[in-house]
Design a binder for this molecule. Structure first.
Ligand SMILES: Nc1ncnc2c1ncn2[C@@H]1O[C@H](COP(=O)(O)OP(=O)(O)O)[C@@H](O)[C@H]1O
Ligand SMILES: [Mg+2]
Length: 503
């Protein structure tokens, strides 16, 4: 016997002429974990903000216990037993956990009784296995614990329905496992949970039912045991994903050659320890490994951001070791850096400006002593179209784009120069399935066009699927793993350092 906690009936919400949520309906049962799955921009957060009273719908209805409710503010939503854990926490860092909870629940309105507040936090925390120290200052807590304080805040306000918007985005994998345990405990206690994610594995592991949103519409609601990751992926992106196809191809000239390279990282420890490898025309060379094993220092040395202590780096046979970054970038290789928000883009510049960041010295855009605006704009429009950057116009600021679309801008800029060598560091980190597939296809296209790609990624599937030759990096050393491509346990062992490493 299940009862409905919440019903969403034909809700629509537009921003200008962008219909973010388009006639969505689904129901949340009491005591279920219901995942809302969809790509970036599918309308998930907007839908939750409607339920939480932060936005008003243009049409449609929200019902609680069968009765229509107008969610005119978060206070109304909270009074109706709805709690929200936002992507960005809303805590006061300098206050203790108990103080934050008291503040939010209005318990402190008249007189703040520290002992009572701390006892209250202690009891709630113990009941759901949250393990939060009531007296700790919020700034002292890890991201995972701060998130639990947000959950506690909602529970303290007597929430029966909990909304978590991409709660795993900032968590490590042990923290994710702990969060899932907490959510299951809450469910078993009769709470209803809306869990938002674009990660299939998580959704399959945690949810009872799943609703897929695509471009503002709900595509399907299904029980987890009646679907599969492949079905969900298709429903999310709206078509079959092409398989990674890497037809055999003969590698040509050496584009990048690294010889006995040693690089020192932060804290003066050796980060890259005598590495040698090359990348040739028409091949993708993949470097797998857990974060922090020298991958970043390796790339920084190649692009001139970090000094090479020993060894040499050659690009198209020319020595480029310890060339300053400004000179190095003029050599014409492409670079997709790990952190697109700080290294790849200038967020307060427009999309058009970002698209010419490294090529602005090119003759093409010079008109006398000035930049040729018309030409920059025309090229920007073409790139936005070709690379499917979802934006209203080229004059929008880079920071207004979703993560996936920011990445497309970086890729469009770097690939539009048809570089003979592309350095790509975690190029799909944080992207949804559709955008990830898009990036993969572009890397393969580089290969097809006879260019070299150095792919450094912590996603093992990505490295295995795309690379012609595979290396594993562990504590600054490289081991070639191409022969073990089919042997995941062997590669896993190399990544964990459980195998003697020969250079
Ligand atoms: N406050 C807003 N103003 C204008 N457009 C918005 C606003 N919030 C979201 N959108 C747009 O609505 C669509 C859905 O966004 P969102 O709900 O954030 O998606 P998701 O959470 O699934 O990634 C996107 O096209 C986004 O640009
Ligand atoms: Mg969102």
């Amino acid at each position: 016997m299940t009862s409905l906690a919440l019903e969403i009936c034909g809700i629509t919400k537009a921003f200008g002429n962008n219909v973010a949520v388009d006639g969505v309906g689904f129901s949340l049962q009491q005591g279920e974990i219901h995942a809302l799955l969809g790509e970036n921009g599918a309308g998930k957060s907007t839908l939750m903000n409607l339920i939480y009273g932060l936005y008003q719908p243009d049409s449609g209805e929200i019902r609680i216990d069968g009765k229509p409710v107008v969610m005119d503010s978060p206070n109304t939503a909270i009074a109706r037993g709805i709690g929200m854990v936002h992507q960005h926490f809303m805590l006061v860092p300098s206050l203790s956990v108990a103080e934050n909870i008291a503040l939010s629940s209005g318990r402190g309105k008249f007189r703040f009784r520290r002992k009572d507040a701390e006892q209250h936090v202690f009891e709630l925390s113990a009941r759901y296995g949250l393990s939060i120290p009531p007296r700790a200052k919020v700034w002292q807590l890890s991201v995972g614990l701060q998130q639990r304080v947000e959950i506690l805040k909602a529970l303290s306000a007597a929430a029966r329905i909990l909304i978590l918007d991409e709660p795993t985005a900032a968590l490590s994998s042990p923290e994710i496992a702990e969060l899932f345990d907490i959510l299951r405990r809450l469910r078993d206690d009769g709470h209803s949970i809306i869990f938002i994610s674009h990660k299939l594995k998580e959704v399959m592991a945690l949810s009872d039912r799943i609703t897929v949103l695509r471009r503002g519409r709900n595509v399907v609601t299904t029980r987890v045991d009646e679907t599969s990751p492949a079905d969900l992926a298709r429903q999310m992106v709206g078509h079959e994903l092409p398989l990674i196809e890497r037809p055999p191809q003969v590698a040509g000239d050496v584009r990048l050659e690294i010889c006995s390279l040693t690089v020192v990282g932060h804290h003066d420890q050796v980060a890259v320890d005598g590495c040698s490898f090359d990348a040739r025309a028409g091949e993708i060379v993949g470097i797998a490994g857990v974060d922090g094993n020298g991958q970043i220092e390796l790339v920084e040395a190649i692009v001139g951001l970090r000094k090479a202590e020993r060894g040499s780096i050659r690009f198209n046979k020319a020595e480029i070791t310890n060339l300053p970054p400004s000179k190095s970038r003029q050599l014409g290789y492409g670079y997709i850096p790990e952190d697109r928000q700080t290294a790849g883009l200038i967020l307060n510049f427009t999309i058009a400006e970002n698209l010419i960041l490294n090529v602005h010295r090119l003759k093409r855009y010079q008109k006398g002593f000035q930049l040729d605006r018309k030409r920059i704009d025309a090229d920007a429009d073409a790139l936005i179209r070709d690379y499917d950057v979802r934006t209203t116009n080229r004059g929008a600021l880079a920071k207004s784009l979703s993560g996936g679309n920011q990445q497309k801008v970086v890729i469009a800029r770097e690939l539009s120069q048809a570089p003979e060598l592309l350095l790509a560091v975690n190029p799909t980190r944080g992207l949804d399935i559709g955008a990830t597939d898009y990036v993969h296809q572009r890397l393969l296209e580089q290969r097809r066009h006879g260019h070299a790609v150095l792919l450094i990624s912590t996603e093992l599937d990505e490295v295995l699927g795309l690379s012609d030759r595979i290396f594993v990096m562990y504590q600054g050393k490289l081991t070639e793993a191409t022969p073990f491509r089919e042997d995941l346990s062997k590669i896993g062992l190399l990544m964990a350092g459980g195998e003697s490493v020969n250079r």
